[in-house]
Design a binder for this molecule. Sequence first.
Ligand SMILES: [Zn+2]
Length: 113
Amino acid sequence: MRDFSGIKEQLLTIRAEMETRLGGIKKDMASPLDHDFAEQAVELENGEVLDALGAEALAEIRKINSALVRLEDGEYGACVDCSVEIPMARLVARPYSSRCIGCAEKQEAVKRR
Ligand SMILES: [Zn+2]
């Protein structure tokens, strides 16, 4: 059994950062639009960018939450596809990795198709 206590800290820290970022994005989006048309167009564009950023932050938070659940269940650190042990270096670099490098690459290849 490997020690993931440092990783758990890391996951919680990243999640807190993402939640702060998401909170900031939501606040920006809630600001009322300017009535000037040109201004409004720019603000709408910004809104779309914020939306994409928000979606990204939300996706990260979901990945982190599922990593924390796997940590609780003692399944963390094993690839969800082939059950091989994910190297510690990979987990430290990307603590919410749920797949080994081989399976992650396969997954990416599927997405690109
Ligand atoms: Zn794998």
